[in-house]
Design a binder for this molecule. Structure first.
Ligand SMILES: Nc1nc2c(ncn2[C@@H]2O[C@H](COP(=O)(O)OP(=O)(O)O)[C@@H](O)[C@H]2O)c(=O)[nH]1
Ligand SMILES: [Mg+2]
Length: 450
C-alpha cells in the first residue's frame, strides 16, 4: 500500500459518514470496520487500532451530541478526535541542554533537518554545535557545513576519517560548552547491518537524550519495518516527518509511531532552512484526511450544515448583498464541493453548462490554504474582517502556518468579493465576476464565456 492509501481510505470513511442518511449502530459498526481495515493496512499495531474503534463506539454511546450538533456531525467529530489521539503521543522537543542524534535511511532529510533544528534551537537562545558523522558520503560534511554557515552554527567534522563513533567522541568534547549538540549520521539506501552497528556505536559514545528518526512522509509501507529496525538499534524517542510539502499525506508516520511508541516532534515542510513546523496532531489529521479536498468536503460541509441548508445560506448571502467572511467561507466550501457547485451554478442565470470547465485542482489548493487561515481567526474576525490589523495578520499567519501574503490574499479576496457582492444583482457581468471570486475559480480560463 502506498502512503496516499491511508489518507484515501480514511477520507472514504469520512465521506461515508457524510453521505449516510442517519447514524445508527449498523453505520457505526460498518464505519469502525472500514477504519480498522484502513489502519491495519497501514501497519498500525492491532491494539492501537482497537483502541481507536472501541473509543469511537463507546463515545457514540455515551457522549450526547452538544446542542445544535447533528448526530452525523457528532460522529465525524468523534472519529477525527480519536484519530488525533492516535497520533498525539506526547510533547515536542524540550527546550533544554541535550544531545540529539538523527537517524534514518539515505535521502530522508537527516542533514537538512539537522540544519533546521540548529536554527530552531539557536532562535530559542540555546547554543548549538553540529557534528557531521556521515562518513559514508564524502559530500555530506560539506552539505552540513553549508547549512551551519547559513544559521551561524559551528559544525565539527573530520574529513577523511571513516570511524563515525570516533568523530562523535571528539565532537562531543569539542562542543562541551554548547547547550544542544546535534549529530548527523549516515544513511543507506536500505537497512544494512553495518549502518545499524554504526549508529549503535555512536549512541554508546554520545548517549543522546533524543534519538530522532527522520522519515520521508512519502515512504509508505516500509515506514513500519524501518522504524522498527532503528528503534531496536537505538531506541527511537521521536519522529520527524519530512517533505510534508509534497503530495504525500504522512500516513506512514502512524506506522512508525506504532512501532516505536515515539511521538512525532516536527514536520519538514520544504527545502528551506526555515521550513520546519512543530508537530500538531489536529492539523496533521486534518491534512491526512485531506480537509479541503472534494471527497472530504462532503463530510466537512455536512458537518456544519446539510446540503440544502448550505445552498440556502449561500443564496441568502447572495440576496442580501452584504456578507462576512463566514459567508465567503461557506461559499468556498460549497464551491469545493462539486455537487453543490453544479447546483449552485445551475441556479445562477447564464452559468449552467460551465461546471465541467473549471480548474478544480487550483481552486482546491487555494481553498485549503484559506480554510486553514480562517480556522486561525476568531469568530468576531470572521464576522467582521475589517477589525483585522496588520499585527494580527502576522499572528494569524503564524498560527495557520502560512505566509503573511496568504492571509493578505484572503482578506483582499474578501474585499473584492464583498464589493462585488454589494453590486451583485445589478448586472450579469457582475454575477460572473462574483463567481470568479468564489473559491478563486478562474473563469477567465473558460473561453466561451462572453
Ligand atoms: N521538499 C522538501 N524537501 C526536503 C525536505 N527535507 C529534505 N528535503 C530534500 O530531500 C533531499 C535529501 O535530504 P538530505 O537532508 O540530504 O537527506 P539525508 O540523506 O537523510 O541526509 C534534499 O534534496 C533535501 O533538500 C522537506 O521537508 N521538503
Ligand atoms: Mg545526510
Amino acid at each position: 500500500m502506498v502512503l496516499e492509501g491511508l489518507g484515501k481510505s480514511l477520507r472514504n470513511v469520512m465521506g461515508r459518514v457524510g453521505h449516510a442518511s442517519s447514524v445508527d449502530d449498523e453505520l457505526v459498526n460498518d464505519i469502525c470496520k472500514d477504519l480498522q481495515r484502513a489502519l491495519l493496512e497501514a501497519d498500525v499495531n492491532v491494539k492501537l487500532v482497537l483502541d481507536v474503534t472501541n473509543g469511537i463506539k463507546q463515545r457514540v454511546k455515551e457522549d450526547a451530541p452538544p446542542a445544535g450538533t447533528s448526530m452525523k456531525q457528532h460522529l465525524t467529530n468523534i472519529i477525527r478526535e480519536e484519530l488525533v489521539r492516535l497520533v498525539d503521543n506526547g510533547e515536542g522537543l524540550a527546550l533544554k541542554p541535550q544531545t540529539i542524534m538523527m537517524v534514518g535511511l539515505y535521502g530522508q532529510g537527516k542533514t537538512t533537518t539537522t540544519g533546521k533544528l540548529a536554527l530552531y534551537f539557536s532562535k530559542k537562545n540555546l547554543s548549538v554545535g553540529l557534528i557531521g558523522a556521515d562518513v559514508y558520503r564524502p559530500a555530506a560534511l560539506d552539505q552540513l557545513k553549508q547549512l551551519g554557515e547559513k544559521v551561524n552554527v559551528e559544525v565539527y567534522g573530520e574529513p577523511g576519517e571513516t570511524d563515525a563513533a570516533k568523530i562523535v567522541e571528539h565532537g562531543m568534547a569539542h562542543f562541551k560548552d554548547k547547550k544542544v549538540i546535534i549529530i548527523d549520521t549516515s544513511g543507506r539506501h536500505a537497512l544494512e547491518d553495518d549502518l545499524i552497528e554504526e549508529i549503535k556505536r555512536i549512541a554508546e559514545v554520545a548517549k543522546p537524550e533524543e534519538r530522532l528518526l527522520v522519515l520521508d512522509s512519502q515512504v509508505g509501507q516500509q515506514a513500519g519495518p524501518q522504524a522498527e529496525a532503528f528503534h531496536n538499534a537505538v531506541g527511537v524517542t521521536g519522529v520527524i516527518l519530512t517533505k510534508m510539502d509534497g503530495t504525500a499525506k504522512g500516513g506512514g508516520a502512524i506506522s512508525a509511531m506504532s512501532k516505536t511508541k515515539a511521538r512525532i516532534v516536527f514536520l519538514g515542510v520544504g527545502e528551506h532552512i526555515r521550513d520546519l513546523e512543530p508537530f500538531d496532531a489536529k492539523k496533521f489529521i486534518g491534512r491526512l484526511l485531506g480537509m479541503g479536498d472534494i471527497g472530504t468536503l462532503i463530510a466537512t460541509a455536512t458537518e456544519e450544515m446539510g446540503d440544502d441548508e448550505m445552498i440556502e445560506q449561500i443564496s441568502k448571502s447572495l440576496a442580501k448583498g452584504k456578507f462576512n467572511l463566514n459567508d465567503m467561507y461557506y461559499q468556498m466550501k460549497a464551491v469545493g464541493k462539486m455537487g453543490t457547485l453544479q447546483k449552485l451554478m445551475s441556479m445562477l442565470p447564464g452559468m449552467s453548462g460551465y461546471e465541467d470547465k473549471i480548474d478544480y485542482e487550483a481552486s482546491q489548493k487555494k481553498l485549503e490554504v484559506f480554510r486553514v487561515i480562517m480556522d486561525s481567526m476568531t469568530p468576531q474576525e470572521k464576522e467582521n474582517p475589517e477589525i483585522i490589523k496588520s499585527k494580527r495578520v502576522e499572528r494569524i499567519a503564524a498560527g495557520a502556518g502560512v505566509s503573511v501574503h496568504d492571509v493578505r490574499e484572503l482578506l483582499k479576496q474578501y474585499n473584492t468579493t464583498k464589493n462585488t457582492m454589494e453590486r451583485f444583482g445589478k448586472d450579469r457581468k457582475m454575477r460572473k465576476m462574483m463567481m470568479k471570486q468564489m473559491g478563486g475559480i478562474d473563469l477567465d480560463s473558460i473561453k466561451d464565456l462572453q
